[in-house]
Structure formats: structure tokens, C-alpha cells
Design a binder for this molecule. Structure first.
Ligand code: NAP
Length: 261
């Protein structure tokens, strides 16, 4: 199937690593032009990206927590790429801020890293996305609907992103701009690997979590998220908007009382 993504410019935050990296590669393989905003460099990944980018790519080094700087960054991007077709809001991290240990200033800081840039980038790139009848994809998290017990800021930022997704789907429908979200649950990424290292036995912890995932008792792969994202971003998915897709092997919605063996 031709996804009709050839030469389409897609801005991806955190697109040099993990889930965002997978989305950059998958889009590039379909001929899209990934325009990546990332805090840190990843030369090894860039080599891989170069090989699969027939139509080029761009990387802007920028810390998205600096949401006030996004206006000039977007000007720079739009100057070079006036036709932005899609935006993938993806960058963020579960920072485990338990309510007992953190005050509102910590929460705001977490929102700066996880939430505010989703809003600002959408606002600033929207005119171009409208002109190109494009779409926005927000990467959220299962924690927005399940909670996690000690991550107030992150879980609520992710819940707000779900709110943004539905609100924007309503607001932009008249312009034929679609807005969707993907809620991963457990995906082995550099961020997840780092988190597992906090446990005395990371392998045991991994196996314990994987055993609770109905489909295959395994984590979702980066490619499984990325390929789904690529289809949703593509014009082939032209009548899909306002959806929150749980790509998680049934983790959030299937009956926990059943024996999945
Ligand atoms: P990851 O492996 O850390 O990759 C995220 C990328 O985003 C990294 O390159 C990171 O840069 C970049 N980034 C983070 N904050 C940034 C900022 N303020 N400015 C610029 N770049 C920034 O993380 P991931 O696991 O792929 O997570 C991607 C998204 O999926 C996040 O929104 C996360 O909440 C969500 N998610 C992940 C899982 C999972 O199981 N992995 C589950 C649910 C939701 P650095 O390398 O500098 O940190």
C-alpha cells in the first residue's frame, strides 16, 4: 500500500531515540521528511536515518522545556520547511514525582518538560498544518487512564494531552485537520531501560511486568508503535480523528481476572 507520504514534512519531537526515533525511521522509509527536534544528539541513530531518507531530513537541537523559545525555533523550521504536513508530539519522560515529596514548583517543571511544548508547537505549526490538510499525533501514556501511584505530574500531563487531542480534533475538524493520540503502556526504549536499572534485579522486574501483558506476555516493540503511527499520520487514514489508540497488547483494557496462559 502506498501511504502517500512521499515528500511530506513531519515534525517529530524526541525523534532521535526510543519511540520517536522509531517513528522518524518508519516515516522516512515511506518517503516522508522527518524534521526532528531533540535535546541531545545521537550520531549512531543519525547514520541509520541517513540510509533510509531518500528525501532528506533535519535535526534541530533544542530543549523543549524552554517553551518560550519555541516561537523562534518554529520560525526557523517554517522558513526552511513552509509546508509542515504533520506534527508528532512525543518528547517527554516519566519523572516519578510522588505527591508526598514534591511541591507545585516541581510539578510545573515537569509540565515544562512533558506538557507545555505539546501545546505551543501545535499552536505555532497549526497554520502550516491547516494549509496542508495535515494532522497531529500526540504520544500519551497508559498512566493517563490507569495512574501509577507515584507520578502525579507525568500522569496528569499525559491526561491533559488526551484532553488536548479530543479538544483539537473538535476545533480543527472544520479545517480537515485530524488529531489522534497513541497511548503506549510498556515499550523497551532507552528511557525504560534507564528506569529498570533502579531495581535491584532489572531482569526480574522486566519479566514481572511483561507477564501481565495479555498478548504474548511481552512488551510492545518500538516498531509496532511506529508503524501504527505512520499509518495514522498518513493520508490513508483520512477519516480517523479524535481517537486514543492503546497500542499495548491488551494491557489496559483486557480482563485481568482471566488466565492469559
Ligand atoms: P526516550 O527513550 O527517552 O526517548 C525520548 C526522546 O525525547 C529522547 O531523545 C529525549 O532526549 C527526548 N526528549 C525528552 N525531553 C525532551 C526535551 N525537553 N527536549 C527535547 N528532547 C527531549 O523515551 P521513550 O520511552 O521513547 O518515550 C517517548 C514518549 O512515549 C514519551 O512521551 C513517553 O512519556 C511516552 N511513553 C513511553 C512509554 C514506554 O514504555 N517507553 C510508555 C508510555 C508512554 P534525551 O535523550 O536528551 O533524554
Amino acid at each position: 500500500m502506498d501511504l502517500r507520504l512521499n515528500n511530506k514534512v513531519v515534525v517529530i519531537t524526541g525523534g532521535l531515540k526510543g519511540i520517536g526515533g522509531g517513528i522518524s525511521l518508519s516515516l522516512a522509509r515511506e518517503g516522508a521528511i522527518p524534521v526532528i527536534i531533540s535535546r541531545s544528539k545521537n550520531e549512531e541513530f543519525e547514520k541509520e536515518l541517513k540510509k533510509v531518507c531518500p528525501n532528506g531530513y533535519a535535526i534541530y537541537c533544542f530543549d523543549l522545556a524552554d517553551y518560550e523559545g519555541l516561537e523562534s525555533l518554529c520560525k526557523e523550521i517554517l522558513n526552511k520547511y513552509p509546508n509542515v504536513y504533520a506534527l508528532v508530539n512525543n518528547a517527554g519522560a516519566n519523572d516519578n514525582l510522588a505527591i508526598e515529596e514534591h511541591n507545585i514548583k516541581d510539578i510545573i517543571k515537569s509540565y515544562e518538560n512533558n506538557l507545555f511544548h505539546y501545546y505551543e508547537l501545535t499552536r505555532l505549526l497549526l497554520p502550516s498544518i491547516k494549509n496542508n490538510q495535515g494532522n497531529i499525533l500526540n504520544i500519551v501514556s497508559k498512566t493517563a487512564v490507569t495512574g501509577q501511584g507515584k507520578t502525579s505530574a507525568y500522569a496528569s500531563a499525559k491526561a491533559a494531552q488526551i484532553g488536548f487531542s479530543r479538544e483539537w480534533a473538535c476545533a480543527f475538524a472544520k479545517d480537515n485537520v485530524r488529531v489522534n493520540a497513541i497511548a503506549p503502556a510498556e515499550v523497551m526504549t532507552p528511557l525504560y531501560e534507564k528506569w529498570l536499572k533502579n531495581f535491584p534485579n532489572p531482569q526480574e522486574q522486566y519479566e514481572q511486568i511483561a507477564s501481565k501483558i495479555p498478548l504474548g506476555k511481552r512488551f510492545t516493540t518500538i516498531e509496532e508503535i511506529a508503524d501504527f503511527a505512520t499509518f495514522i499520520i498518513s493520508p490513508r487514514s483520512s477519516h480517523t480523528t479524535g481517537q486514543i489508540f492503546h497500542i499495548d497488547g491488551g494491557y489496559v483494557h483486557l480482563d485481568r481476572a482471566l488466565n492469559w496462559d
